[in-house]
Ligand binder design. Structure first.
Ligand code: IPM
Ligand code: MN
Length: 356
């Protein structure tokens, strides 16, 4: 029996649609072999539409998304739209309204991919960051007063409730438990030496849950500033990391660089009980739009993550293997846009050929 899934596809801005097309091409190559089919519905939300209509994304569309099995996103961000409008109006809006409270970022150095870290090999860079994706400073609490005067005051509040912390920790502990690694370690990343309220909440919740329900998972804690240091010096230390929203945002960009750049980094915005959204981390890269030069590997890996989440684990594994085989073939000269030695579509073709 062929299983079918309804997928909302949002190519978005810049090179988003190009890389999403390659992600879908590779999935398409896996469909027959693994007996599933994606029914795609395309949505054109993004900068172009915003400039024409003044609308980012209507609530009705977000409601419609609830009926899908998953959302596949390219990139949001347009050079002619003021920063913040599309990010808040589309990306964060979807994350919040669909309660995608986990941002899952596998950090894996694939073979034949250059890392800026001297002497680090694929076996040294293989961890996962679980970023809380619905709370903290991103909730937007705060305000400004006396704006423009010499005494201007602005606040932005890092707000967390125990349930929001607990649900993220539960996901992280479960993930660490199921992850196929020898370390079986969950590192909490925070800044408990300064953020004594939020840090204390995370630390107590983390310790209590671990002691009570996950005695086999090794508990570990790093300050966020030290974490950036260890990512560079000793990435092999990590297994699974759990952290709050803003810290997670920052360390996952650093993590993307050590795994070979934005051309390969994929992520998932996950609601374990609802509709999730998968995306390459690269952004819209407007200057490369339409030139067939952007690297689609991140989008292809985002597609694999999506398959894994909707229940097509075998196809997801096959796509990851096809990516690795493509890299091992030595045909791709670099992970950077314009220097791959082949075009966006040709990379898609290559990976698809290994899936078949
Ligand atoms: C990310 C991005 C977003 C974030 C922006 C575009 C709002 O940087 O997905 O990491 O800060 O979460
Ligand atoms: Mn970010």
């Amino acid at each position: 029996m062929v299983k079918s899934y309804n997928i909302a596809v949002m190519g978005g801005d810049g090179t988003g649609p190009e890389v999403v097309a390659e992600g879908l091409k590779v999935i398409n190559a896996a469909e027959a072999k693994y007996a599933f089919k994606l029914n795609l519905t395309k949505f054109d939300f993004g900068g172009e539409r915003y400039m024409k209509t003044g609308e980012t994304i209507p609530d009705s569309a977000i409601e419609e998304f609830r009926k899908f099995d998953s959302i596949f996103l390219g990139a949001i961000g347009h050079p002619d739209v003021k920063p913040g409008i599309l990010e808040k109006g589309i990306l964060l809006n979807i994350r919040f309204k669909l309660d995608q409270y986990i941002n899952l970022r596998p950090v894996k150095l694939f073979p034949n991919v250059d890392t800026p870290l001297k002497d680090k090999k694929p076996e040294d860079i293989d961890f996962v960051v679980i970023r809380e994706n619905s709370g903290g400073i991103y909730t937007g609490m705060g305000g400004a007063t006396m704006v423009g005067t010499k005494d201007e005051v602005a606040t932005h509040v890092m707000a967390y409730t125990r349930p929001v912390v607990d649900r993220c920790l539960k996901f992280a502990y479960e993930f660490a438990k199921k992850r196929n690694s020898k370390k079986k370690m969950l590192t909490l990343v925070h800044k408990t030496n300064v953020l004594t309220y939020c840090g204390d909440l995370w630390m107590r919740a983390y310790t209590e849950m671990g002691n009570k329900y996950y005695p086999d998972i090794k508990q570990d804690y790093n300050h966020v500033d030290a974490t950036t240091m260890w990512f560079v010096k000793q990435p092999e230390y990590y297994d699974v990391i759990v952290t709050e929203n803003l810290f997670g945002d920052i360390i996952t960009d650093l993590a993307a660089m050590i795994q070979g750049g934005l051309g390969v980094a994929a992520g998932g915005n996950i609601n374990p009980e609802g509709v999730s959204m998968f995306e390459p981390m690269g952004g819209s890269a407007p200057k490369y739009t339409g030139k067939n030069v952007i690297n689609p590997i991140a989008a292809i890996m985002a597609g694999a993550m999506m398959l894994d989440y909707i229940g097509e684990e075998k196809a997801a594994k096959a796509i990851e293997k096809a990516v690795i085989d493509s890299l091992l073939s030595g045909k791709l000269k670099s992970m950077s846009a314009g220097r791959m030695g082949m075009g966006t579509r040709e990379v898609g073709d290559l990976v698809a050929s290994y899936v078949k």
